[in-house]
Design a protein around this ligand. Structure first.
Ligand code: FES
Length: 317
């Protein structure tokens, strides 16, 4: 793993909603942050090699601060619990990034769908769409308005925002939503939220034109729907190494065991850091980063989770 770590200090902490805190980060040494674009995320590094991804939700034009909003998931030993209960103003964190797997294009008309903390990668897209005066609509889903981050700002954009708060009896139905917003003929759709919603959306949009559905996942796809693992041979062409990947190993494990330097982060197919070019063979894609069209092109793969369809794979490593 290459060391591109950035040290930051927490400059402010803001309660955005029930269980959601916004962290305002300053780079130590008064340095500017790298540039980023809407949809980008950063890695936050914790003890024992734990890494979590959080979307940047501030203003991309500001190089002096970065902002992330974190949902306290309730796991008492998880990263979000640590950030919510142990980190105060003035504390330091180590981060990496930014990286953008959820690239945003300012089309003339746009749809956004966010559930819960899934609003975090989308808020900066909405600000960009609003300033560019393009037509857009956000459907924002939660149990309650009190759990919706950035709601006051979003509601100032008036009728562009449709709130689905289940405690108000506005239960979200994906089928109705797609009909209501034009289905396949509607505008490009950017969505972030729980895996079940995104899986359902992916299935329902299978016949949509390429580049009409953009989704961001922070949790890997469930293994249940994936084919069984089998062992195969991988050739790391640049390094001149050929090795066997058994059922329990990943290509990334085998590369590291062979002394090959690979940049990695989440190791579960959600961050895009380990993306590697395929020279020969067909990948059995298991990541949540590449779109269906990109996976079908078989140009690159995430070697931390994706495998080989056949018995051999040649990679540009
Ligand atoms: S390390 Fe994150 S996708 Fe492979």
């Amino acid at each position: 793993m290459l060391d591109d770590t950035i040290e930051v200090t927490v400059g402010d902490l803001v309660d955005e909603a029930i269980d959601i805190k916004r962290f305002v980060l300053h780079r130590t040494g008064n340095l500017d942050f790298p540039t980023w674009t809407p949809g980008a995320h950063i890695d936050v590094l914790f003890a024992e090699g734990l890494v979590r991804q959080y979307s940047l939700c501030g203003d991309p034009h500001r190089a002096d601060i970065w902002e992330i909003a974190v949902l306290h998931t309730g796991e008492s030993r998880g990263a979000s619990h640590y950030l919510h209960t142990q980190i105060n103003i003035g504390d330091r964190l180590s981060i990496r990034g930014p990286r953008n797997n959820f690239k945003f294009n300012l089309d003339s008309s746009l749809r956004f769908l966010a559930a819960g903390v899934g609003i975090t990668p989308i808020i900066s897209m909405i600000r960009a769409a609003h300033s560019a005066d393009v037509k857009w609509r956000l459907d924002y889903i939660s149990r309650s308005r009190k759990r919706m981050a950035f709601l006051e700002e979003l509601e100032s954009y008036s009728s562009n925002v449709v709130v689905h708060a289940s405690d108000e009896g506005r239960v979200f139905k994906l089928k109705h939503y797609l009909i209501d917003t034009g289905g396949v003929y509607g505008a490009p759709l950017y969505a972030c939220g729980p895996a079940r919603l995104l899986d359902e959306l992916t299935t329902m949009s299978e016949t949509w034109p390429e580049d009409y559905l953009h989704i961001e996942r922070f949790r890997p796809k469930s293994d249940a729907s994936l084919p069984d693992r089998h062992s195969f041979t991988v050739n790391f062409a640049l390094s001149g190494v050929t090795a066997q990947v058994n059922q329990r190993e990943t290509i990334l494990d085998v590369a590291e065991q062979s002394g090959i330097l690979v940049v990695s982060s989440c190791r579960e197919g959600t961050c895009g850091t380990c993306e590697t070019d395929i020279i020969e063979g067909e990948a059995d894609h298991r990541d949540s980063v590449l779109s269906a069209a990109e996976q079908a092109q078989q140009r690159t793969m995430m070697i931390c989770c994706s495998r080989s369809k056949g018995s051999n794979l040649v990679l540009d490593l």
